[in-house]
Structure formats: structure tokens, C-alpha cells
Design a protein around this ligand. Sequence first.
Ligand SMILES: Cc1cc2nc3c(=O)[nH]c(=O)nc-3n(C[C@H](O)[C@H](O)[C@H](O)COP(=O)(O)OP(=O)(O)OC[C@H]3O[C@@H](n4cnc5c(N)ncnc54)[C@H](O)[C@@H]3O)c2cc1C
Ligand code: FES
Length: 342
Amino acid sequence: MAHSIALNFEDGVTRFVEARAGETVADASYRLGINIPLDCRDGACGTCKCRVESGRYDGGSYIEDALTADEAASGLALACQMRPESDLVIAIPASSASCKTAGQGFATALRGVERLSPTTIAFTLDAPAGLSFLPGQYVNLRVPGTQERRSYSFSSAPGEASLSFLVRDIPRGLMSSWLRDTAAPGAPMDFTGPAGSFYLRDVRRPLLFLAGGTGLAPFLSMLGRLAMAGTPHPVHLVYGVTNDADLVGVTALEDSAARIPGFTFATVVAAEASTHPRKGYVTSHIAPAQLHGGDVDVYLCGPPPMVDAVRAWLATERVTPANFYYEKFSPSGPADATRLAA
Ligand SMILES: Cc1cc2nc3c(=O)[nH]c(=O)nc-3n(C[C@H](O)[C@H](O)[C@H](O)COP(=O)(O)OP(=O)(O)OC[C@H]3O[C@@H](n4cnc5c(N)ncnc54)[C@H](O)[C@@H]3O)c2cc1C
Ligand code: FES
């Protein structure tokens, strides 16, 4: 049976390859022109060592010098030996360019644009043929009529017929202004991607999702996946915004709560003037029980100051989550998505 493998390179580029029955990850990649670093191809040198983020596989045969038992137990594997037994997500410790590949470009069209609130716009694109992505990833979308690109995280889950996005309306922002003033259904759009290492891994323990503003988008995508795949572990989201007008997507969250047993969420508004029942920052609304004594995977996404503040708070709580993934929605810059701990 064929399996889909998402290869995630150091520079954030993701390429999907289809492995035929019995094929190794290295062979499947090479067949599609992607040269994962290899030397012996025999399980002896360890050059092709990579980290398996999700999925099941047969690790094949190799010697201890190439991969120790501890490394194998921690999720490392040898691309020249491993054979997928399910779809896989693999982090390759090399850039896409050094593996002779690059991000893909896709042409599509705007399907719709909708103002959700005075500060937030949603838009949808037709899903182009051949696009796969992991829930939580983003694309680099060209601002129509310019050569400028802006990054936007999918709010839709993989496999949906259209791609959805949530955008904070920046008054003089280039993409914001185009969406606000010019965008009309049918407009040609193009993007490169998917990209980013902020994506949902296999759920092996409770999850704590922390979203700031339109940083909600990747969590909506992840929740879409969880609604389809199910999870035996509790998932809690704390979603903070600055003003009442920034609070969007609550109906989608209620829908997720109805579809995903064990999913709960809380919304929080920071503004003094707000009449919202929960005021302040997300960190004031994380109960100790939601940190599960550290047996929790934490995912954090939002504007850079919010992400920095939450990271600092987690450090002061003296709880080290089993895994901690974050992404900053840096203005018009490269992504800053990092896995901090394993
Ligand atoms: C990996 C990644 C994923 C992202 N995903 C999303 C997403 O899903 N949704 C989303 O809304 N944004 C997202 N962003 C941010 C997005 O890429 C743009 O930077 C943002 O939409 C502003 O683009 P613009 O063209 O409208 O404004 P620009 O023309 O880029 O900016 C105009 C001016 O506004 C300032 N500015 C930009 N952003 C802000 C802000 N938030 N607050 C105040 N001033 C600002 C700029 O510094 C500049 O001076 C993401 C960024 C990254 C790196
Ligand atoms: S290339 Fe040497 S162990 Fe895989």
C-alpha cells in the first residue's frame, strides 16, 4: 500500500512524496528528484538520520554506529532503511536546496472574502490540484498586482475543497488593503508552500493550544484534523485577543467542541473597557491542571509580543512541557517556527 510522506526541511519547506509498497523513504524521495543526504545507503554511516514526527514505520536494519537504540527510541530513524507503515511526517536535518528541491508554486483563484469583524477578514481560495499540507502550516501568498508576498496560515483542515485564511486588517497594510478594497471572487491568486514546522504532531498526551488574535487560524486547521481523526486525549484552547472586535471564529470553536470529545476552550479579552467575562492575558486563564504536571504538548501562535510573553510565563511556571511548538506571526518577515524541547 502506498503512503504519503511529508518531508519537512530545515528552511521550513515541506514536500510530499508518495512511497510505494515496500519502498524506503530515501528511494521514494530520490524517485521524485529529492536527494536526502545519503552516503552508504546501507544502515552503516548514519548520514541519512532524520526525525519522525508522526506515523508508523519499520526502521529496517542498521548498525549501532549509525543509529543507537536510544536514538531510535526517541524517534530518530534512517531514511535509507525505513519503510513507512502509515503516512509519515519526517524532519530532514538539511535545507531543501541542499536536497535539490524547493517549495512548490500554485496558481488558484479567490473564492470569497468576508469581513468577520471591524478588525478581521476571512478569505477562501479554490484548493489547487496537487496541494497537500499539514494542519498548522502556512503559505506565502503574492499580493495581487505586486511582487510582494505575505505569509498566511491555513484555517481550513487538509482535504477540504477550499482553503481558508483569517487576516488581521492592518489599516495601511498591503495585503490587508487589497482584501478590504479590491478583492473580488475569481481574482487570480498564487502562492508558494506549504511551509513551516508549526504543525500538529501525533497526539500522544494532552494538548494545550494558546492562540493570540488571528493566531487562531492554525488551531482551527488542527481542530478540523482532530475532528476527523479523533483523539483519546483532552485538548484545551485559550484564545486571547486585544479588543472585543478581534474575537472571531467562536462559532467554529463551538462546533469543534461539539465534534471533538474532550475539547474545551476559553476566550479572553485584554482591553480594560471590555465587558467580556474573562479579562486579561491568556496566561491568567491557564489552570494548573491544564499543564498536566508537564505531561502536555503546548502549541502557541500569535503576534510576536504575545508569543514572547507566553514563553516567558511558561518559564516562570517551572513546568517543562513534553513538547513546545510555537509560531510568531512576524510582520512580513520569515517565519520563526521552532520546536524547543522533546
Ligand atoms: C509564518 C507566518 C504566518 C502568518 N499567518 C498569518 C495569518 O494567518 N493571519 C494574519 O493575519 N497574519 C499572518 N501573518 C502575518 C502576515 O504575513 C502579514 O505580515 C500581515 O497580514 C500584514 O500584512 P499586510 O500586507 O496587510 O501589511 P504590511 O504591508 O506588511 O504592513 C504595513 C505596516 O503595518 C505594520 N504591521 C504589520 N502587521 C502588523 C500588526 N499585526 N500589528 C500592527 N502593525 C502591523 C508593518 O510593520 C508595516 O509597517 C503571518 C506571518 C508569518 C511570518
Ligand atoms: S546513508 Fe548511511 S545509514 Fe543511511
